[in-house]
Every structure is written in C-alpha cells, then in structure tokens.
Ligand binder design. Sequence first.
Ligand SMILES: [Zn+2]
Length: 126
Amino acid sequence: MNAPHGFRKSWFDWFACPNCGYRSVFSYWTARIGSDRKSIKMLFWCRSCGRICTLKRQWLMPVLALCVVGPISFVLVYWLLVDGLMNINILWALFWIACVLVGVYAVLFLIGRFAKEYIAATHNEP
Ligand SMILES: [Zn+2]
C-alpha cells in the first residue's frame, strides 16, 4: 500500500495505530491547517489499515525536545567542544559531539516511544 499524496516517511519515529494496533519504527506523516485556520494538525497514515490518526498531545514531543533534551545536549556539546579546544584534540571532541548527536536522536526516539499516544483522527483527508 502506497502512502497518500503529501505524506512523508520518517525513520526511527515510533508509530502505533489506534485503529488496527499496527506498530512500527517509522511513520508516514503530514501537517494540515486545522479547521479553525489557526492551528496545525499533524496527521499520520497507517501503512497497515490505511486510516489516518493523529497524536493525542502533539505539543508534548516538541516541548520535551526543546526544554529537556535540547539544554542537556547543548551543555554536553559545549563542554566537549571547550574541552577539545583546551586540549588541542579537536578531532576527538568532534567524534564525541557526533556521538552526542546520535545519542540525542536515540533518546528522542525512546521518549517518543512512551510519550506519543496516537488517536483516531476525525480528519477525512485524503
Ligand atoms: Zn492501522
């Protein structure tokens, strides 16, 4: 089953369909302007049953990423960069910074595994 037009595939993004129970580590998503014309609604397409669903609390992941994971990773990268510059071992510092960035991606996936709760969407598209 091919994804509807406009839906993008996102790797390492936890998805659990509320309609059929299908679970996956990647999702197909798109964003639509809400019915009030003031909000943006994230829509997800289930590859198994073809229905559309949305997140129950779509603000939770951006808030956690910006307020929790972001500051911690910034401090880590800053500390590694300063330490690398002080010890004139910038390649080693860049290696550890790359590890931190991969770790941030993994942590966001794990947080999403528990923070993302999908519900059936009333949206009729597509
Ligand atoms: Zn489904």
